[in-house]
Ligand binder design. Structure first.
Ligand code: ADP
Ligand code: MG
Length: 717
């Protein structure tokens, strides 16, 4: 009889078609994302078991991992009942002897024969006077073979019903079958230059980057820590390089397709603008202005994100840029997410520009029809130099006579592909986008590949600090007494209510998906009991825009003492007199968001106080994330931590990014490799814009397959 021929395993072979695979097992493996042989070959170990170096018998300690080299002196298989057996053997060397045990693995009797030379690794236990290893890792050796160190073993993520052993076996089997079919997308020259660049960045890698075949072998069955790290670096680098190539192609497309009016800066203009500010700029502001001016002098549109904590003075940078545009005879527009904020900017600009010839315009929802029409007309004919307004209005078809700069304030959601189309005379304006949600550099580089970044890290001098308290059980009374004292002194207070997800649609806040009833409950409670002596207002995303505006305005003007709200206050409101904030249900917020909220009470010269409560079992002081909030006032540090702990989700919705998920690389952990990949990608595109070199045709194909459609890279293909 012929043996049935096994079908060959290819990269595209489905897991359920692998030899010996049952439906149930295939389903379990699918839960780990393993659907094809390729998935298995690229399945990333979570960690490695690192067996201890070989020892002598007297060095063995109970409970401490150890390895031992020796010869099998005695072996016995005892069957107790069908399917139940014990295999025991003595391993002996010149320093003594130990026992090894295997339960229900009768095949061990055939493998571990007397006189066989072996190395065992595991954790021994003392049994009588002898150390005993149960189910050790065993390596067999020919008697004259030189014995080196025990092998590292990959540890894979598991799921129910899938054992570590099964995965190791499966990976080994697949790797043996497919490793000669792997496609190498990084040619030798690229592997060499990438390694050089990685070394320059202090990332350890010997020689060139390993080939894909070596890399996968060393990822799953490394011979040493070093070869494992080199393998990982190569795979991470490749994945990030593909992404950065896609982003570089896109950047190039944008800059070659679009044109913007160059805006020049001179020493005289600079001095004239700076004269208008009543204070010295911080070093960070000066640096950001330098970066912005540099971009604006170019013939293609600036696309720059200016980030800085609430109160770091972003407006100054924007005002500078707008005045620069005006000094060049152009127009500028500034968009805010809310009318309150638009009016605030309009007032600020009015003050700074008092007595100058710069003409300001305001466009927002509450203007009378005739006023609006007049502003729109004046903008179109160039009688307005700087137009401030809400985004909603400005996205309409407003005409400019010569627009060269568009500033977008308090923008939280960007993503590749999100751009505003505000064209004027066939050219695009420069874009300056401002955000108080700090975006970790690693994330900015991955998600916003076509955005440049400026950062204000320092705060202007003279800011009172915010004191952050993590509430303990039984603090409520003390805290509310403190709040009442501040209110009696004439200060104002925010209460941010828990963000409970609603169970019925009825209660859902359209903007935030929060349960309004919980805010309303808090509001009622405070009005009727805790703060019944004070004027309390309620604010949530479900109110009509005019109602919201009215409520915020009244609070800003001191007509109410306490504002109970959902996170809608996150954006835009500036009330220097508000110095206390109570945050309820804090475990439901991201760190970046909590930090934003806290920023609302650091606007004035009075010290701010924020007290953080949780709804959950754990008090805030036991919550690792919340502890960070107490420990640092640096929004960037918090954003990085948030990114590490919760992923990017809190900063932007996954749909915002427009990029497929990374499989191996982690932008935050692999930031150093990311920076190198970005530089290498940029250089490759500079030298070969359409990636036409035949050497990299496979790499290009991979980039286009993965990113072409999503990033609209069509022309290059
Ligand atoms: P944000 O970054 O939150 O938009 P703003 O631009 O509104 O911050 O600035 C916050 C406050 O700090 C404003 O009142 C502004 O006038 C003030 N400010 C900005 N820059 C400086 C500076 N260099 N020195 C002193 N005060 C400054
Ligand atoms: Mg601002």
């Amino acid at each position: 009889m012929d043996e049935p021929r096994k079908p060959p395993i290819e990269l595209s072979t489905r897991v359920q078609a692998l030899p010996g695979m049952g439906v149930t097992r295939a389903k379990r493996l699918a839960k780990l994302g393993l659907k094809t042989a390729q998935d298995v070959a690229f399945f990333l170990p979570r960690d490695y078991e690192r067996p201890a170096p070989p020892m002598s018998v007297d060095q063995l300690r109970e409970g401490q991992p150890a390895s031992l080299i020796g010869t099998i002196a005695d072996a016995e298989l005892v069957s107790r009942s069908p399917g139940k057996s014990v295999f025991g053997a003595i391993i002996q060397n010149e320093t003594g002897a130990v026992r090894i045990l295997f339960f229900n693995q009768p095949f061990r009797a055939e493998q571990l024969l007397v006189d066989q030379k072996v190395m065992i690794s595991g954790t021994p236990k003392l049994n009588g006077l002898r150390m005993e290893f149960t189910h050790p890792q065993v390596t067999l050796f020919d008697s004259d073979e030189e014995i080196t160190k025990p092998k590292m073993l990959a540890i894979y993520p598991l799921t129910e019903g899938v054992r570590q052993k099964d995965l190791r076996f499966l990976v080994a089997e697949v790797l043996d079958a497919v490793e000669d079919d792997l496609v190498e997308v990084m040619p030798e020259s690229l592997r060499q230059s990438a390694a050089d660049r990685l070394r320059e960045a202090d990332i350890e890698i010997r020689g060139a980057c390993p080939t894909i075949k070596t890399a996968l072998r060393d990822l799953h069955q490394p011979n040493s820590e070093q070869s494992m790290l080199a393998a990982r670096t190569r795979l991470v680098f490749q994945e990030l390089l593909a992404m950065q190539l896609a982003l570089a192609i896109r950047r190039r497309k944008l800059t070659s397709d679009l044109q913007a009016p160059p805006v020049a800066r001179s020493a005289m203009i600079d001095a004239r603008i700076l004269n208008r500010f009543p204070f010295e700029l911080t070093a960070d502001q000066t640096q950001a202005i330098k970066e912005v001016s540099h971009d604006m002098a170019c013939q293609f549109p600036m696309n720059r994100l200016l980030q800085g904590d609430v109160g770091s003075g972003k407006t100054v940078v924007a005002v500078y840029a707008m005045m620069l545009a005006v000094a060049n005879g152009h127009q500028a527009v500034m968009m805010a997410p809310t009318e309150v904020l638009a009016r605030q900017h309009f007032a600020t600009l009015g003050k700074i520009l008092e007595g100058s010839r710069v003409r300001l315009g305001l466009l927002c929802g509450s203007l009378a029809k005739s006023e609006r029409a007049e502003t729109i007309r004046a903008t179109a004919v160039g009688e307005i130099d700087i137009l401030v307004g809400t985004q909603a209005l400005l996205y309409g078809d407003i005409q400019f006579s010569k627009l060269s700069l568009c500033v977008i304030d308090e923008q939280h959601k960007f993503g590749v592909g999100q751009r505003v189309a505000l064209r004027s005379g066939g050219v695009d304006p420069h874009y300056l986008v401002m955000s108080a949600t700090p975006i970790p550099r690693s994330m900015a580089m991955t998600l916003f590949g076509d955005v440049e970044l400026s950062t204000l890290r320092q705060k202007p001098p003279g800011r009172a600090a915010v004191n952050t308290y993590l509430a303990h059980d039984g603090w409520k009374d003390r805290w509310w007494t403190f709040v009442r004292e501040r209110l009696r002194e004439g200060r104002q207070a925010f209460v941010v209510a828990p963000r409970v997800m609603a169970s019925t649609d009825e209660e859902v806040d359209d903007e935030t998906g929060e349960d309004i009833s919980s805010v309303e409950t808090v509001y009622r409670d405070l009005s009727e009991k805790t703060l019944s002596d004070f004027r309390i207002a309620l604010l949530h995303g479900r109110m009509r825009p005019e109602e919201k505006l009215e409520t915020m305005k009244a609070f800003a003007e001191g007509e109410s003492d306490v504002l109970v709200s959902t996170t809608v206050i996150e954006v835009g409101i500036d009330v220097p007199n508000a110095t206390v904030m109570t945050i309820l249900g804090a475990e439901r917020f991201g760190l970046a968001q909590l930090h934003q909220l806290r920023g609302r009470i650091s606007r004035g010269s009075h010290a701010g106080h924020v007290c953080v409560f949780t709804d959950g079992e754990l008090p805030p002081s036991e919550n690792e994330r919340l502890k960070l909030l107490e420990q640092t006032d640096d929004g960037f540090e918090l954003a990085e931590a948030d990114f590490r702990l919760r992923g990017p989700g809190d900063l932007l919705g996954p749909r915002q990014s427009g990029l497929p998920p990374l499989r191996i690389a982690h932008p935050s952990r692999d930031i150093d490799i990311l920076i190198v990949a970005r530089a290498v990608a940029q250089q490759m595109i500079d030298e070969d814009p359409d990636l036409e070199s035949p050497e990299i045709s496979l790499l290009k194909a991979q980039v286009m397959r993965r990113y072409g459609k999503r990033l609209d890279l069509g022309d290059v293909a």
